[in-house]
Structure formats: structure tokens, C-alpha cells
Design a protein around this ligand. Structure first.
Ligand code: M6R
Length: 610
């Protein structure tokens, strides 16, 4: 999604803005732009494509961009194709206002029509230009007031940064729905859509709350609501470390994050499990522990990979805590007039904590009286703040667009949640303790899978030119099959379908042809024999069977064309191990096909629009 960076201080703004944009590249974008204040006005440059292209273009006229305040943007197209005229910053028609925006202005057409009738001439198809024009129209020498007035007329989501030619040394930022942080340095401010563009400069920051406007000058800042009533932001120390958002020795963030998973998972579990006493400590649940334990129904919600984690969570919660569960896409739940009875708990799962559909489902459930919990990675994100309680993943920043370590963290937290509720309902100390011991062993088992990266690559290399793959699994490994198919689609652009293995013969079996790769996620477990039956059905039709199988499973050998071995573990925890093999498959397939793994086409890291 779009990324915003802004700088106001004493240092040259341009290098800082470009560096910030590069740090936000992972969010996904198709064009970029920058505006820097010169002594006599504003210089703007916009370019389709990568930040590097923008940098090259600005580099031809550096003198015009020599100021110490500016705003910059990466755009992920919603209204209007990726084109220079649609890229940000946008301006009003007197070219006095420069504005960057992340989000969607829902009533932009009505406002546009009204502005056109007053003679405003638009050059883009975007909703953002309408907002820039509106601020310009309402501007009477005070940018903060003009922004507040404009935002009072807007419906939709926004994070914005605005400058006016007429007010040097002033930048106004605001937020509703889309994230925006203000980093506070010594006589300088760095604002950005997320902390990764701030941490290189300062650790002190605050996240803007919805409907908050902030006026920044070199002397300080002032925050208010849309009616100019002062509000006090909550200052925080950013915990993110620079090395966490840099590649180090890895060629891609995705690979780095796959290999980080043992350590990340250790962090997720650290201080939260006591194997001997069969206890789980989840500080975030202290106030609502009883309500969770007595829940009559749990609805898990999320999108994409987080939705797959929710499917695993459903199985875990029903098995370990015996609480009826269901899983809903946030995008479906929010519009389906959902039934929320007493003692319903909604659990929102999200890496970013900013996914618009998940957030909206959460708000809908809250309005209907549900207790809401978050399983979220990004501390202080919108979902984390909107829920009644929650548990953070603690897997560190995830930069790769294809989610990897966040999935493992989401499944691990779901397992802890299920054991937490299960222990309070019916699980014995011994049963809980022995499951926790197994859970504690998972990080090392993941490492045994990442150690096989080259073996996995050699298998993938044989099939990588084929454009249709199936991913199949049963029980806990059915969501893993879905996740494997999603991963390979996202970054290698191979068409893949994931499904419960039994579902294949109800239709998809018609697709199987000579040589078609069919990936079975088939570790030892309760439905192992059944999965072997499904493999035979594939082979009988000429399909090639690639199996993720447990170490020591000799029976599988005669049914498989290729085998990737994973260490044995209880079925309930197996998704955390088997998924890693599929992540590596997708990674190698994408690299072998020559794709930019960390910047897959059309994708955004966090989807903050519907
Ligand atoms: O930030 P979230 O976990 O809420 O994001 C949800 C999905 O958009 C996300 O998992 C997406 O499917 C990823 N590209 C998967 O790799």
C-alpha cells in the first residue's frame, strides 16, 4: 500500500526522503514522488516505477531539491492507473498546496463535482487530488485550520502530510484509518507510514490516533482533533532495530525471514510457557481470561495468510479447549449481518494490524457486543489498539511481502491461546505440560527444515516450468496446503490450488494430467492412510507426487516421486514445521523463474483499503 515519508529539520531533506521511501518499498507500490521546499517555492518530481527511477530523475536537478523540509510518497494505484499525473504529491490548482495521502477518500466524486463547478481543473483521476484541491480552496493563511476543515468534509481513510508554499517551516499531518507515525529528533521530525523509515533517525515517536491533526514546526508540535481541540499523543520508544529491517547476508528479505523463524518463534514463546507447571502466561489476557474460558463461540477472522492461520487456530481451539469455533474472512463477516450471541469472542489475526477488512470485521463484532482479541505482530497498530485484549507475535518486523515468520508466530500464539483456555477448562497439568514441551521443541524442528533449503531447491527445479500445481492436505495440514498454494502464487506467479486432499475427487481431479506437480502435506498423523489413498489417485492419472513427510515414514516412499522430510511432532503443531518446507518451495520457484521475490507484482504488504 502507499507509503508516506516527511522531513522537517536542519538536514538536507531529499536524501532522507529517498532513503525513507526505499525502506517503505516493501509495502508495495507502482510510482513514487517527492516535494521539497526551496527558499522560493516547492519543487516536485514524480515518476512511474521504482524509487530508483525517481532518484535518477531528481538527480538531474539536485539544486531545485536542496531544502530541509519535504514530503515523499510511494503510490499503490487505486483510483487511476500508475502514471505520473496520478502519482503523489498532488497540489491544488494554484500550486500553493502539496499533499501526499495513503487511504481512500470515499466521497471524492461529490467533492470533485462541487470543486469543478467552482472552476477547479483536475489533472489526475485520483481521490487524493480532490483533497489537495479542497485544502487549497479552504486555505486562508493557516494550513492547520485548512486541513482540519477539509477533513471534516471527508469520509474514508487517510494518512496525509501537507505543506503550503505560504508557510515555510510548517508541515501538517493527519490520520484516520491509515497508519502514520511522527518520529521526534533533535530539532527535527521524521514522519512515516511505519517505523522502518524512522528508526535510522530517532527512537522517540508517537502514532497519530484517528481524527488527529498534527502541526509540526522546528520549535515543536501541536496535536488536535478536527475541531481544533488539543489532544495529547502517547509517546513511545521504538523497539525496532536497524539490523532487523536490513538484509544482512541474505539476498532477499523473504529468505532472511524464513531462516529467522527458529529465533522468532523462540521469542514468541519466551517467558510465556512453563512446561513443568503446565502453565501459559499471556499478560495481554489477564483482564479477560475468565471471559475467554467461558466463551460459547469463538470467531477467528483475518485475510490471506492470517486467514490460513485462523483455520489452524480453529482446529486447535476445538481440539484443545473444546470451544466451538468458526473462521470468517474479515471482508465477508463485516457485510453479512453476522450473528453475535452472548459470550462470543472474536479473534482478529493480522501481521500488520492494519488490514482494512480485518479491522472492519473487528469493529462490527465490537458493536454487536463481542469480546474482541487480537493476535497481531505490529505493536500499537490499529487492530492491536482496537481490540479489548490480545497477544503480540513478537517475531520482529516482517518486510517480505510474502508472509512467513508471521504465519508461524500466528499459529504459535493460537496454540498458546488454545492451551491457555484448554487448561482452564479440562486439560490436566500433565497433558498441558507435555504439549508445552513439544511446542518448545518446534523452533529446533523448524531449523531442521531450513537446513534442507538446497534439497528443496533441487526438487523445485525439476517442476518449476510447469504452470499448474495442486497442494493437498488433511486436518491440520489442510490450511497448510492453502498457505503453500498462496505462497507459490504470490511470488512465482504459478497457478496453484490448495484444498483438503479428500476434496480433490469432487472435481479438481479433472485437472490432473501427465507430469502435473501435486504437493501433499502428509506428516504422520490421524489421517495419514487417507492421504496416501489420495496420492495413489493422483499417480494413477499421471500426476507427480511431491510429499512433505515425517522422518522415519518409510511407507510413503513407494507412493511419492519426491520427498521432503520434516521432523516428527504432534499433529496439532505440525503446521509450524510443514509450512516452512512450502515457504522454501515457493521462494526457490520464484528465484528460479527470475522474479523479484520481495516485490511481487501487484501486491502490497498490508492492504489498508477494502
Ligand atoms: O497484515 P495481515 O496479516 O493482516 O495481512 C493479511 C494478508 O493481506 C496477508 O497475509 C497476505 O495474504 C500476504 N501477502 C500473504 O503472504
Amino acid at each position: 500500500m502507499c507509503g508516506i515519508v516527511g522531513y522537517l529539520g536542519d538536514r538536507p531533506a531529499l536524501p532522507l526522503l529517498l532513503e525513507g521511501l526505499k525502506r517503505l518499498e516493501y509495502r508495495g507500490y507502482d510510482s513514487a514522488g517527492v516535494c521539497v521546499r526551496r527558499p522560493d517555492g516547492l519543487s516536485t518530481c514524480r515518476e512511474v516505477g521504482k524509487v530508483a527511477a525517481l532518484e535518477a530523475r531528481v538527480g538531474k536537478d539536485l539544486a531545485s531539491f536542496a531544502g530541509t523540509e519535504g514530503i515523499a510518497h510511494t503510490r499503490w494505484a487505486t483510483h487511476g492507473v500508475p502514471a505520473e499525473r496520478n502519482a503523489h504529491p498532488h497540489r491544488d490548482d494554484k500550486s500553493r498546496i502539496s499533499l501526499v495521502h495513503n487511504g481512500i477518500i470515499e466521497n471524492y466524486q461529490t467533492i470533485k463535482t462541487a470543486l469543478e463547478s467552482k472552476g477547479c481543473k483536475f489533472e489526475s483521476e485520483t481521490d487524493t487530488e480532490v483533497l489537495a484541491m479542497l485544502v487549497g480552496e479552504l486555505y486562508e493563511g493557516d494550513l492547520e485550520k485548512a486541513v482540519q476543515a477539509a477533513l471534516r468534509e471527508i469520509t474514508g481513510a487517510y494518512a496525509i502530510a501537507v505543506m503550503s508554499v505560504d508557510e515555510p517551516g510548517v508541515m501538517v499531518v493527519a490520520r484516520k484509518g491509515s497508519p502514520l507515525m511522527v518520529g521526534i529528533g533533535l530539532n527535527e521530525f521524521v514522519i512515516a507510514s511505519d517505523p522502518s523509515a524512522i528508526v535510522a533517525h530517532t527512537q522517540q515517536a508517537f502514532a497519530l490516533e484517528d481524527f488527529t491533526v498534527c502541526r509540526l514546526t522546528r520549535d515543536g508540535y501541536r496535536t488536535s482533533n478536527l475541531h481544533n481541540i488539543p489532544v495529547t499523543p502517547k509517546l513511545m520508544e521504538l523497539e525496532m532495530k536497524l539490523e532487523e529491517i536490513e538484509l544482512g547476508e541474505f539476498p532477499h528479505f523473504m529468505l532472511k525471514e524464513i531462516f529467522e523463524q527458529p529465533k522468532a518463534l523462540r521469542n514468541t514463546l519466551s517467558g510465556r510457557v512453563d512446561m513443568e507447571r503446565g502453565e501459559i502466561f499471556l499478560g495481554g489476557l489477564q483482564q479477560i481470561g475468565r471471559k475467554l474460558t467461558h466463551a460459547k463461540r469463538i470467531v477467528f477472522t483475518g485475510q490471506g495468510t492470517a486467514w490460513h492461520a485462523a483455520l489452524v487456530a480453529e482446529y486447535m481451539m476445538e481440539e484443545l479447549a473444546r470451544i466451538p469455533c468458526e473462521v470468517q474472512y474479515g471482508s465477508e463477516f463485516r457485510y453479512r449481518n453476522p450473528i453475535v450471541e452472548d459470550h462470543t469472542v472474536l479473534v482478529a489475526i493480522s501481521q500488520s494490524g492494519e488490514t482494512a477488512d480485518t479491522l472492519a470485521a473487528l469493529e462490527e463484532a465490537k458493536q454487536r457486543g463481542a469480546l474482541t482479541l487480537g493476535i497481531v505482530n505490529v505493536v500499537g497498530s490499529s487492530i492491536a489498539r482496537a481490540t479489548d485484549a490480545g497477544v503480540y507475535l513478537r517475531v520482529g518486523p516482517e518486510i517480505g511481502v510474502a508472509s512467513t515468520k508471521a504465519f508461524i508466530g500466528q499459529v504459535a500464539v493460537s496454540a498458546m491461546l488454545a492451551l491457555y483456555a484448554g487448561r482452564r477448562r479440562h486439560l490436566s497439568i500433565e497433558a498441558t505440560g507435555s504439549l508445552l514441551t513439544e511446542l518448545d521443541a518446534i523452533p529446533d524442528k523448524i531449523r531442521q527444515v531450513t537446513d534442507q533449503s538446497e534439497h528443496i531447491k533441487s526438487i523445485v527445479a525439476k517442476y518449476v516450468d510447469l504452470n499448474n500445481w495442486l497442494f493437498l492436505g488433511r486436518g491440520y495440514n489442510y490450511p497448510v496446503a492453502l498457505e503453500g498454494a498462496l505462497k507459490i502464487k504470490e511470488i512465482s506467479y504459478i497457478h496453484a490450488e490448495g484444498m483438503p486432499a479428500a476434496e480433490m475427487k469432487h472435481g479438481p481431479i479433472a485437472l490432473i494430467h501427465d507430469g502435473m506437480p501435486c504437493v501433499f502435506v502428509a506428516p504422520m498423523g490421524s489421517q495419514h492412510d487417507k492421504v496416501i489413498g489420495n496420492m495413489q489417485e493422483v499417480r494413477a492419472r499421471g500426476g507427480r507426487v511431491i510429499v512433505i513427510a515425517s522422518e522415519g515414514d518409510t511407507e510413503i516412499e513407494s507412493h511419492a516421486d519426491e520427498i521432503i522430510r520434516v521432523p516428527a511432532c504432534p499433529e496439532v503443531f505440525s503446521p509450524m514445521v510443514t509450512t516452512v518446507a512450502l515457504q522454501l518451495m515457493a521462494y526457490h520457484a520464484a528465484v528460479l523463474r527470475g522474479h523479484d521475490v520481495d516485490k511481487p507484482r501487484n501486491l502490497a504488504k498490508s492492504v489498508t483499503v477494502e
